[in-house]
Design a protein around this ligand. Structure first.
Ligand SMILES: C[S@@+](CC[C@H](N)C(=O)[O-])C[C@H]1O[C@@H](n2cnc3c(N)ncnc32)[C@H](O)[C@@H]1O
Length: 255
């Protein structure tokens, strides 16, 4: 069984099992599949883009323009696709979701604050990570529904360490107080075994992390965490632009 920590508790189910949720607020972004079009010079590229848009006709021109722009960006090594509502619907239509998880997501969607649920696409990725890890012991820090123990997450994590559970978890997912990210991470690094994963949610924070004019506590905390983990050689990392952004951290050394 695996603890899940909410403003009130750790509880028991792999985070992915509870995580298939609908994204209500931000439209996530996802990676652009390999570009198959190449342009030789800036002027020929502009001409080709214009032709492409004309050929697609006015009904599809904005989608064609967006696709052409994405291809051009990919050519510059910036393979990041803007996620429009129709494309997001398409992504969701390609997510497998167990009926029980769908039911749980829909039940949670009726609750206050449900826009904070992870998206079904994120849930599917988390589930796959748990399966790849063969994870038996998981912690979710920040929980909505299912069996929950109520306590401050950092206190709950410390109590697990006090109970001798260091290095005994395979997987952790962090989605609670954004101002505590560095502290959660340090505690979880002790609780997770070498080779185990810590996945931090909301690392792109609805885009605020990249806006220098935003300087509230949560944004600054997430920025600081992102900077610190980038330089942290105790873990391998991969920041994935899915949902509101998740960084997958793999513990490399005993702490
Ligand atoms: C974003 S929601 C969790 C969503 C959940 N991971 C999901 O995808 O359905 C954040 C949760 O963390 C809880 N939380 C916020 N601050 C916390 C803290 N300091 N300790 C424990 N839980 C906290 C909130 O009450 C809320 O239930």
């Amino acid at each position: 069984m695996s603890p899940r920590l909410a403003a009130a508790p750790p509880l028991l189910a792999p985070p992915a099992a509870a995580a298939a949720r609908e994204l209500a607020v931000p439209r996530p972004r996802t990676l652009l599949p390999g570009a198959s079009v190449a342009f030789s010079s800036p002027s020929s590229r502009r001409g080709a883009l214009a032709c492409l848009v004309r050929l697609m006709g006015s009904r599809h021109s904005s989608a064609a323009a967006a696709a052409a722009e994405a291809v051009e960006e990919a050519r510059r090594g910036r393979k990041q696709l803007g996620m429009t509502p129709p494309l997001y619907d398409y992504l969701l239509a390609n997510v497998r979701e167990h009926p029980v998880l769908r039911e749980l997501r829909e039940e949670t969607a009726a609750m206050r604050g449900s826009q904070m649920q992870v998206s079904p696409a994120q849930a599917q990725l988390l589930a796959m990570l748990v399966q790849i890890q063969g994870a038996q012991r998981c912690i979710e820090v920040g929980v909505f529904t299912i069996d929950v123990k109520h306590a401050l997450a950092a206190d709950s994590l410390r109590s697990l360490l006090d109970c001798g559970e260091a290095s005994s978890y395979d997987f952790a997912f962090v989605d609670a107080d954004k101002r505590m990210y560095e502290e959660y991470f340090e505690l979880l690094l002790k609780l997770v075994r070498v080779g185990g994963l810590i996945v931090m949610d909301n690392v792109l924070w609805y885009g605020r992390v990249a806006d220098p004019l935003v300087d509230d506590q949560k944004t600054i905390s997430i920025r600081n965490f992102n900077k610190k983990v980038l330089e942290d050689m105790r873990v391998d990392i991969s920041m994935v632009p899915i949902g509101d952004g998740m960084t997958i951290c793999r513990k490399l050394v005993d702490t």
